[in-house]
Design a protein around this ligand. Structure first.
Ligand SMILES: *[C@@H]1O[C@H](CO)[C@@H](O)[C@H](O)[C@H]1NC(C)=O
Ligand SMILES: *[C@@H]1O[C@H](CO)[C@@H](O)[C@H](O)[C@H]1NC(C)=O
Ligand SMILES: *[C@@H]1O[C@H](CO)[C@@H](O)[C@H](O)[C@H]1NC(C)=O
Ligand SMILES: *[C@@H]1O[C@H](CO)[C@@H](O)[C@H](O)[C@H]1NC(C)=O
Ligand SMILES: *[C@@H]1O[C@H](CO)[C@@H](O)[C@H](O)[C@H]1NC(C)=O
Length: 482
């Protein structure tokens, strides 16, 4: 186990624990110096904890014309949050595990997945998909109705619940969309190209009017309805006419109180492909450093691609072709590369996903098998409740073509509270399992999907960071707790 992946991580983080001890001895004395490294960051513990109030982003990105504000489903910026109180981390992590199993099952079960169409996902018993934690608000119809949708780089079709709810509709926070009240709504014919892109089992010889769709995310998550076109409003100046979406009259599942989902995957029916002429299959987003900030989702280059973005090739992973494939070359801690052959990553393949919270890595460096942690998803957790400051080692991901990403410190830990701060990485069950670069690690970066150019870019400081006057407040809260 000497060369094992997580051992190396733990050893590196022992470094962190030592610092915590040192800080205990020295009180507010020197927080760094011994190691002489400039890469680690000294961070007040309070700044790791999300605030209970929302601080909307005021960055330049919000002035771009094709930009949507991104909010975290469970944070104070979401109007959905009241219904989810108190925040249940166990549930979030179980959903994350389900999503990962679902993504990975497509790779390990190639026969089924080859048959699976772009939209009708294979039903796997007992598996439900956590569909992601980030939301955007779009306008649909004429007059436009605002809908809060989960955005998901792993889903093809955009859909929302529609009246009449013939089967059942789940409880959502926005009023359910009513096609009969919109002058721009039209059903899509089953003879259309759009319908034939949905799935082989529908349309064709049985074509008889409208185009039915059915997305099954698992045992108890689905959306069934008709393919339709509508006017989609992104911002007051940006509208997409005849946008194809699923008008779901029978929906159930783990969508929280979001009205549906916006599909950003690499698929014919996704918004990326549908707006190719307008936005050139180019979009970017920034996920905020904590649930109390907002980020953005922007379509098109909008003449403003930050010059500090570095690009790595986008690839296609066989059997997971809807997901965006990336090539991870290696990982460094405090600037020292871990001794993992890059073939460990390339053999498994890797995707970047907006919906997976915790990054999944190969369990070993050398092909040894270890079992995944049985009790919790996490291998390494810390209790910071007695500390005021911690030193966080830097973690660098290296991607193909020389792209090195220093994670923001908000991208290293999954923080339940000050006494449960866990390294936001988990081991796959086997080295052959698909590696997933999750959304925690993407925080604060401008993540650029140049799908037409087959490139994925990362630019630092895409949206606000936690460092700011707010963290004092959190430190005080901590003291009260002690
Ligand atoms: C959190 O979710 C888990 C799994 O769904 C459940 O077993 C547990 O009872 C929930 N806890 C609370 C406090 O609701
Ligand atoms: C739906 O949400 C409303 C408003 O929060 C609530 O009053 C109602 O009980 C919910 N219904 C169900 C079936 O959960
Ligand atoms: C669309 O199709 C559904 C199902 O056949 C039908 O109930 C509805 O009236 C149609 N709407 C329009 C605008 O044609
Ligand atoms: C979907 O897109 C691919 C290329 O992205 C194309 O080869 C294929 O023909 C398209 N499928 C349909 C049904 O249009
Ligand atoms: C198909 O169309 C025919 C003729 O318009 C109609 O009689 C029949 O009920 C339709 N079948 C279905 C399943 O809608």
């Amino acid at each position: 186990m000497e060369g094992s992946f997580f051992c190396v991580f733990r050893r590196a983080l022992l470094f962190l624990s030592l610092h915590v001890l040192m800080i205990c001895f020295m009180h507010q004395g020197y927080t760094y110096g011994v190691e002489g490294k400039i890469t680690s960051r000294t961070v007040p513990v309070g700044s790791l904890l999300p605030s209970t109030s929302c601080s909307p982003s005021t960055t330049k990105a919000s002035n771009r014309k094709s930009t949507l504000e991104v909010i975290h489903k469970h944070g104070p910026c979401s109007q959905l949050v009241q219904d989810q109180n108190p925040l249940n981390h166990t549930k979030i992590l179980l959903q994350d595990e389900s999503r990962v199993k679902w993504i990975q099952s497509k790779s390990s079960n190639s026969k089924d997945s080859l048959k699976a169409s772009a939209v009708t996902l294979p039903v796997k018993s007992g598996i439900t998909i956590g569909t992601g934690n980030y939301l955007v608000k779009v306008g649909l119809g004429t007059p436009k109705k605002d809908l809060t949708l989960i955005f998901d780089t792993g889903s093809p079709l955009t859909w929302t619940q529609c009246k009449p709810c013939v089967g059942s509709c789940y409880n959502q926070s926005d009023p359910i969309f009513n096609p009969s009240r919109s002058s721009s709504y039209a059903n899509v014919s089953c003879a259309s190209t759009a319908c034939s892109q949905l799935s082989s089992g529908q349309g064709g010889s049985r074509c008889n009017g409208t185009c039915p769709y059915s997305i099954r995310y698992g045992d108890d998550s689905f959306s069934i309805g008709f393919l339709a076109t509508e006017k989609l409003t992104i911002s007051p100046t940006e509208m997409i006419d005849n946008f194809e979406f699923g008008c779901g009259e029978n929906n159930q599942g783990l969508f929280g109180r979001a009205a549906g989902l916006i599909g950003l995957s690499d698929s014919n029916i996704s918004i990326v492909e549908q707006t190719a002429a307008k936005y050139d299959k180019y979009f970017s987003y920034c996920l905020p450093s904590s649930t109390s900030f907002t980020g953005h989702l922007t379509f098109g280059k909008d003449g403003r691609a930050p010059c500090s973005v570095s690009f790595t090739p986008l690839s296609t992973v066989p059997q997971n072709s809807e997901f965006y494939g990336i090539s991870i070359i290696g990982i460094s801690v405090e600037g020292k590369p871990l001794s993992i052959p890059s073939t460990v990553f390339s053999n498994a393949g890797a995707v970047i996903d907006s919906g997976t919270v915790i990054t999944r890595l190969p369990p070993t460096a050398d092909g040894e098998y270890t079992t995944a942690p049985a009790v919790s998803l996490f291998d390494t957790c810390y209790d910071f409740s007695k500390e005021s400051t911690v030193v966080i080692p830097s973690i660098t991901f290296s991607f193909a073509e020389g792209v090195n990403i220093d994670l923001d410190h908000s991208g290293i830990f999954y923080v339940e509270d000050a006494s449960h701060v866990c390294l936001a990485f988990a081991a796959n069950a086997a080295d052959s399992d698909l590696v997933i670069y999750g959304n925690t690690q993407q925080r604060t970066f401008e993540v650029v999907y140049d799908v037409a150019g087959r490139k994925l870019g990362f630019g630092p400081n895409g949206c606000p960071k936690m460092d700011g006057p707010k963290r004092k407040l959190s430190v005080d809260m901590l003291n009260v707790r002690n």
